[in-house]
Design a protein around this ligand. Structure first.
Ligand SMILES: Nc1ncnc2c1ncn2[C@@H]1O[C@H](COP(=O)(O)OP(=O)(O)O)[C@@H](O)[C@H]1O
Ligand SMILES: [Mg+2]
Length: 511
C-alpha cells in the first residue's frame, strides 16, 4: 500500500506543477488527465464547468473522448450524475455504470459499459461550485480502492478550482492589457509626433511607408530627437501592434551581461546564472528596439548578424537554436561609417541593419517645429498638472533662438519645469532657465548689478561655447556661423579660456 500512496502523492504533485505551468486552460486541464491516466490508471475523464449565466454544464477538457463526444456532453443542474454532483456539491461514485439508471452516458463514449466504475467530484472553492471532474476507472483486483481515488480526485479538484480562480483574474488582466495596448496605440499615433517642417514631414512619410512592412529599420539622430518614439510608432502602426515592443539600450548594460540579456541564458551558463529569457524571445511576435546599436561590442556582432539573417538565437550556455519572429529596429547617435572605419563595427552587420535608414534632424535644423512643440507640451503638462499656463510671445522667441542641444527631450523637460514652477499663469522671459536665455554664468541675484560690458562679454562667451560643438570645434565654420573672422574668434577663445575639445558628446542627456 505504501507504494501506492507514493504514486498518489507524485500524481498530485505533478498535477499542481502542470496547473501552474501556463495560463492555457485547455492544455493544462488535458495534462491533468494525462497524469491521472498514466500514474493512476484512470481512463476517460472530463472536466465540466458550470456556466453561471446559462446554468449549462459543459465539458471544457476531456481525455479519451472525441470532439463529437465532447460536444454531446452537456447537462443541466440536477441532470444525470454530473448535474447532481453540481447540485449537491458532494462527490459520487458509481461502482458499475451498467447497473445505474441515473448514468446517462450522454457523450456516447462507452459503447460497452461492462465493469466500468465512474467517479465524479465537485470542483469548488469555498462554497462556490465551479464544475466537476469525472473519471472512468476499471477496478481489477488489488488496484487501489475507491476511497483513495476519491481522495486524490478531491485534491486535484481543489487544485483545479484554485487554478480556475487564478485563470479568471488572469483573463481580466489580459483584457485590460488589450485595452491598455489599444490606448498606447493611440498614444503613439501620428498626432503625437509633432512637426510640420519639411524635413520632419519627410520622416513621417517614411514611417508611414515602413509601418506596413516588416523591413529592418535603422534610425539615426542626436539624442532626444525622437528615435524611440518613432520606433514605437512604427511598431504600433504595424501588423505586429498586438505583439510586444521590447526596447534595450546596448550602451546601458555592461558588456559581460549584454549577451544573456539579448539572447537569454540556460541555467548555470555562468556562475550564478539562472535560466533567463532574452529580449529577443520576449519580443517574439513583436518588435525589438536596439537603442545605441553603435555600442554593441564586436564580440556580439556575429550573433546579431545571425538573428538578422536567419531569425535564430542561441541562448548563452545552450547549443540549441531557437527560432524567433521579430522585427528589428535599431537606433544610433553615432556616425556608424566612422565606427566601421575604426574597426568597431562590422560592415556586413551595418548593411543588414541599414535596410531602411531614417534620419531624424535635430531641432535646431527645424526651428519652425519649436512653436508647435511648445504648444503641444504646454497643453499636455497643463492637463497633467491641472494648471492653466500660457506663454508670452517674447518667451517663445527666446525658446526658438535657443540651440536645443538635447533636442525635443530638453524642450519637453523645460516646458514641464516651467509649467510646474511658474507662479502666475503666463510664462515670461525671466521665467526661462538661464541656459536658454544664454546667461549661463550670471548667477541669480547678480542680475541687474552687472555692468553692461560684462554682460555683453558673458553673452559672447556663451554664444561661442554653444556654437563650437555644433561645428565639431572647427574654427572656420564656427567663425562663419557667428559672423566673425577666424582671427576674431581665436582671440575670443583665448580671452575667455574656452577649451577646444573635439569628438565629445557634450549634451547626451539620454537616460
Ligand atoms: N516629434 C515629436 N513630437 C512630440 N514629442 C516628441 C517628438 N520627438 C520626440 N519627442 C519626445 O521627446 C522625448 C525624447 O524622445 P526619444 O524618442 O526618447 O528620443 P531619442 O530616442 O532619440 O533619444 C520623448 O519624451 C518623446 O516623447
Ligand atoms: Mg533614446
Amino acid at each position: 500500500m505504501k507504494k501506492y500512496e507514493n504514486i498518489e502523492l507524485k500524481a498530485i504533485f505533478d498535477v499542481s506543477k502542470v496547473l501552474t505551468s501556463s495560463f492555457d486552460l485547455e492544455r493544462n486541464l488535458y495534462s491533468v488527465f494525462e497524469i491521472l491516466s498514466k500514474e493512476l490508471d484512470m481512463r476517460r475523464g472530463s472536466i465540466f464547468l458550470l456556466d453561471k449565466k446559462t446554468e449549462e454544464i459543459r465539458i471544457v477538457a476531456a481525455y479519451g473522448l472525441t470532439e463529437e463526444e465532447i460536444n454531446r456532453g452537456k447537462y443541466r443542474i440536477g441532470e444525470g450524475i454530473v448535474g447532481r454532483v453540481i447540485e449537491s456539491g458532494l462527490p459520487m461514485f458509481i461502482p458499475d455504470i451498467e447497473k445505474e439508471p441515473q448514468f446517462l452516458n450522454k457523450t456516447g463514449s462507452r459503447p460497452n459499459k461492462k465493469g466500468i466504475s465512474f467517479l465524479c467530484v465537485p470542483i469548488k472553492i469555498e462554497d462556490e461550485i465551479l464544475g466537476v471532474i469525472s473519471a472512468d476507472r476499471i477496478y481489477r483486483e488489488e488496484q487501489g480502492d475507491v476511497d483513495d481515488d476519491l481522495r486524490v480526485l478531491s485534491i486535484v479538484a481543489s487544485l483545479i478550482a484554485q487554478f480556475l480562480k487564478l485563470w479568471e483574474t488572469y483573463k481580466i488582466i489580459e483584457d485590460e492589457n488589450l485595452i491598455l495596448r489599444a490606448q498606447l496605440k493611440d498614444r503613439y499615433n501620428f498626432p503625437n509626433l509633432v512637426g510640420q517642417s519639411t524635413s520632419f514631414q519627410a520622416v513621417l512619410k517614411t514611417v508611414m511607408k515602413v509601418a506596413g512592412t516588416d523591413a529592418t529599420v535603422l534610425l539615426f539622430g542626436e539624442s532626444g530627437t525622437g528615435k524611440e518614439l518613432i520606433a514605437k510608432t512604427i511598431h504600433f502602426q504595424s501588423k505586429r501592434a498586438k505583439g510586444p515592443f521590447v526596447a534595450i539600450n546596448c550602451a546601458a548594460i555592461p558588456e559581460n551581461l549584454l549577451e544573456a540579456e539579448l539572447f537569454g541564458s540556460e541555467k548555470g551558463a555562468f556562475t550564478g546564472a539562472v535560466k533567463r529569457v532574452g529580449k529577443f524571445e520576449q519580443a517574439n511576435g513583436g518588435t525589438i528596439f536596439l537603442d545605441e546599436i553603435g555600442e554593441l561590442p564586436l564580440s556580439l556582432q556575429p550573433k546579431l548578424l545571425r538573428v538578422l539573417q536567419e531569425r535564430i538565437i542561441e541562448p548563452l550556455g545552450s547549443s540549441k537554436a531557437v527560432k524567433v519572429d521579430v522585427r528589428i529596429i535599431s537606433a544610433t547617435n553615432k556616425d556608424l561609417s566612422e565606427e566601421i572605419k575604426k574597426g568597431n563595427f562590422r560592415e556586413d552587420l551595418f548593411w543588414r541593419l541599414n535596410v531602411i535608414p531614417i534620419y531624424i534632424p535635430p531641432l535646431r535644423e527645424r526651428k519652425e517645429d519649436i512653436p508647435l512643440l511648445i504648444e503641444y507640451y504646454l497643453k499636455s503638462f497643463c492637463d497633467i498638472y491641472k494648471k492653466t499656463v500660457s506663454i508670452d510671445e517674447e518667451a517663445i522667441k527666446v525658446l526658438i533662438s535657443y540651440e536645443w542641444p538635447g533636442n525635443v527631450r530638453e524642450l519637453s523637460n523645460t516646458i514641464e519645469r516651467l509649467v510646474v514652477m511658474t507662479e502666475g499663469n503666463k510664462i515670461k522671459v525671466h521665467d526661462l532657465p538661464d541656459t536658454v536665455r544664454g546667461v549661463l554664468r550670471v548667477k541669480r541675484g547678480y542680475e541687474g548689478e552687472l555692468k553692461l560690458p560684462t554682460e555683453v562679454e558673458e553673452l559672447e562667451r556663451i554664444r561661442i561655447m554653444n556654437t563650437l560643438p555644433r561645428y565639431n570645434f572647427n574654427i572656420r565654420k564656427t567663425a562663419n556661423a557667428l559672423g566673425l573672422t577666424e582671427r576674431q574668434l581665436n582671440y575670443r577663445i583665448r580671452k575667455y579660456g574656452i577649451i577646444i575639445k573635439k569628438d565629445v558628446n557634450l549634451h547626451d542627456s539620454n537616460n
